[in-house]
Design a protein around this ligand. Structure first.
Ligand code: TRP
Length: 434
């Protein structure tokens, strides 16, 4: 069975790994297309409110549960209450469904990395569709992406990844700021900014709320136990609140920066903001083609984005691996292998959703969209809601989990026990009635 559990080597280790988990395709690929589909500014406003008043509290609860139990998600759930075992398994389900589509997009990033070197003028929408329609190509790329993440999981989270994060994340930020400045100099900048920051309240509906809710959990990696397991490698010196709010702030800035890159370009090049999952893959190549030194920028950008998404992918795999390793007594190697096979099998229908399986739909959605909707918009918020309830009702009473600041402590428990669950139930049910 499990021997010594890993701990973060440095004070910064937890922050780097969890910021690495949070910042990824969710910020740069998913956020712009969700915002584009839901009226831009209105979505961003609702999203910010939800992140501040709901998701950051849920994130803190999840990290704290890990830190105070030092267990994986299933055992930690059982420490909330023996009847909460199912919650651990529900987290495992979500942690297998998310990489199923996430790794497909990771594969697309690899393709665009190589595509950077030949950016012919042309219709990038067609380029995207042609790529996603090729079954062997998309499946292979997804598997390559998966294998890369698994390799790091097998090698251990502590060393290589912690070190790389320290250098590559700031580099990604620098490139993003340069791209945003370039994009804001385009003729469509004013329209792009208005789209992002001038909300049209007549568009308010249940979909905006549920999509913003799902996006906020997705982008902070909250609800699958990914942050719980990272929290469980914390030592007593690691501060939960400071780290959590830093992650929230950093993650949000990266997402807004991605919006500042994409939307001015969307309006300059006449791309539909409602373009769906292909949005950034259609707009970014246009930007790179127009920029001086575009190929180089493009290659650097996709390489750094690839790295950012690998660090997110690692955190998705770590969770089931920890459960298999600690509860079933499997070696780390076997646990990584088994998890990877399960994810690979689930990835295939998602990878084929844009080509040969594009007409196979359940509840009106392709496998790709269904996995995304079901896990991001339903499972993550629901898992988190039960973590908040469980921690505030049962776990607080039997652990020494409290905050030094009395006022914050009181607000925290009222939020997690009453307000957040009620608001989440309202959002989720209203989305279904809609
Ligand atoms: N947050 C990551 C991103 O924005 C994706 C991710 C990593 C994730 N681990 C997760 C999402 C756990 C949900 C749950 O790209």
């Amino acid at each position: 069975m499990s021997k010594q559990r890993a701990v973060w080597q440095s004070g910064l280790g937890f922050f780097l790994a969890s910021a690495g988990s949070a910042v990824g395709l969710g910020n740069i690929w998913r956020f712009p297309y969700m915002a584009g589909e839901n009226g831009g500014a209105l979505f961003i406003l609702v999203y910010l409110l939800i992140i501040i008043f709901i998701t950051s509290f849920a994130l803190i609860c999840e990290i704290a549960l890990g830190k105070y139990t030092k267990k994986n998600c299933v055992e930690a759930s059982m420490q909330i209450h023996h009847r909460f075992k199912w919650l651990g398994f529900s987290m495992i389900v979500s942690t297998l469904l998310i990489p199923a589509f996430y790794f497909v997009v990771g594969g697309w990033i690899i393709y665009y990395l190589f595509y950077s070197f030949s950016l012919p003028a042309g219709n990038y929408g067609d380029v995207f569709m042609a790529m996603t329609a090729k079954p062997v190509l998309t499946c292979t790329l997804a598997i390559v992406f998966l294998a890369t993440c698994s390799y790091f999981n097998y090698k251990g989270v502590n060393e290589g990844v912690e070190k790389c994060n320290k250098i590559l994340m700031p580099m990604l930020c620098v490139i993003m700021v340069i791209l945003a400045v370039f994009s804001l100099s385009l003729p469509g900048a004013a329209e792009g900014l208005a789209f992002m920051f001038r909300p049209d309240f007549s568009k308010l509906n249940g979909k905006v709320f549920i999509d913003a809710l799902g996006q906020s959990f997705f982008t902070l990696s909250t609800g699958t136990g990914a942050m719980l397991i990272y929290g469980s490698y914390m030592t007593a010196e690691h501060r939960i609140i400071k780290n959590s709010y830093s992650i929230v702030a950093f993650d949000t800035l990266v997402a807004i920066c991605a919006g500042l890159i994409i939307f001015p370009a969307v309006f300059t090049y006449g791309v539909e903001p409602q373009g769906g999952p292909g949005l950034v893959f259609v707009t970014l190549p246009e930007i790179f083609r127009q920029m001086p030194g575009g190929s180089l920028f493009s290659a650097a950008f996709f390489l750094l984005l690839l790295f950012a998404s690998v660090t997110s992918g690692i955190s998705l795999i770590e969770n089931p691996v920890a459960v298999l390793h600690e509860m079933c007594g499997m070696s780390r190697k076997k646990a990584v292998l088994l998890t990877s096979i399960a994810i690979a099998l689930l990835s295939l229908p998602c990878a084929l959703s844009f080509g040969i399986l594009s007409n196979v739909k359940l509840f009106g959605k392709t496998f790709f969209d269904l996995f995304d909707f079901f896990s991001s918009n339903l499972l993550l918020p629901l898992n988190s809601m039960f973590i908040c309830l469980g921690v505030s009702i049962f776990f607080r009473a039997k652990s020494d989990f409290h905050f030094k600041n009395r006022t914050y402590d009181r607000i925290f428990w009222i939020m997690t026990r009453y307000i957040i669950p009620v608001v989440m139930v309202i959002i989720i049910t209203s989305a279904f009635i809609n």
